[in-house]
Design a protein around this ligand. Structure first.
Ligand code: ATP
Ligand code: MG
Length: 255
């Protein structure tokens, strides 16, 4: 059983796309839960769930003591979602004054560890209490890096947060890897970002890169993963490859 947070406080780098598609690929072989920890609810909509008529959301799990199991809705075979909507925007502030504010999600997910083989958490573009809750709950953090100018800006701060969480709240936490997203082989910028990232983080950077593809950008508007929307696309293959690489990494670590 493992829990992976997908995090980077930089906005629009491919966190949700990665969390959702990883969850889908893993659901082909395991029982998976995707937790939407972002008030934008992009992971929720991206799997075809309408945000307006949600009964129980991540907000209720964090703030109202709702059961995570009851909040989880089945969205595909072996794929479950704890959905989020704008309610969650208030949680960041409300959490400040609640007891054990950093461990709310961890405690809520604890009873689900027997049922699910894999939990993936999509985090918001900030390093606030929602992201901290995700990190405290996780075995691993996967960091998507968009191939653009200033791609590495903020990564140092993210790693500082990860190390603080590791030191004080969750000694089990480790960086699973850095993932290059929206990669365009034809551009020098993509190659430069890649070179810089690999020089700095070396084998922590996944060999697999996620290509820039309009198909990936279109899929969420149909409420589908890229594997459902266009399973022959290079991006679908890339997310399948990523899962293989993650499995290799995790097994290496376990030895
Ligand atoms: P936020 O910080 O707002 O939560 P995010 O980090 O979750 O953003 P995404 O929502 O996954 O980022 O992606 C940002 C935008 O880029 C979306 O419109 C998404 O469809 C698009 N996108 C993501 N990955 C790719 C890709 N490989 N090729 C093309 N477009 C992509
Ligand atoms: Mg997102």
């Amino acid at each position: 059983m493992m829990i992976i947070s997908v995090a980077n406080q930089k906005g629009g780098v491919g966190k949700t796309t990665t969390a959702l598609n990883l969850a889908f690929v893993y659901s082909q072989t395991r029982k998976v839960l995707l937790v939407d920890m972002d008030a934008q609810g992009n992971a929720t909509t991206g799997l075809g769930v309408t945000k307006n008529d949600l009964k129980v959301t991540t907000y209720d799990v964090l703030i109202n003591d709702a059961s995570a199991r009851e909040a989880a809705i089945m969205v595909r075979n072996n794929l479950y979602l704890i959905p989020a909507n704008l309610d969650l925007a208030g949680a960041e502030v409300e959490l400040v004054n609640v007891l054990s504010r950093e461990t709310r999600l961890k405690v809520a997910l604890e009873p689900l560890k027997e049922e699910f083989d894999m939990i993936i958490i999509d985090t918001p573009p900030s390093l606030g209490l929602l992201t901290v809750n995700a990190l405290v709950s996780s075995d691993w953090v996967l960091v998507p890096i968009q191939c653009e100018f200033f791609a590495l800006e903020g990564v140092g701060q993210l790693l500082k947060t990860v190390n603080l969480v590791k030191k004080y709240l969750n000694t089990n936490l480790d960086v699973l890897g850095f993932l290059l997203t929206m990669y365009d082989r034809r551009t020098r910028l993509s190659q430069e970002v890649e070179a810089e990232l690999r020089a700095y983080f070396r084998e922590k950077v996944f060999k697999t890169v996620i290509p820039r593809s309009t198909r990936v950008a279109e899929a969420p508007s149909y409420g589908q993963s890229i594997m459902e929307y266009d399973k022959r696309s290079p991006a679908a293959k890339a997310y399948n490859d990523l899962v293989e690489e993650i499995e290799e990494r995790v097994q290496k670590q376990a030895r």
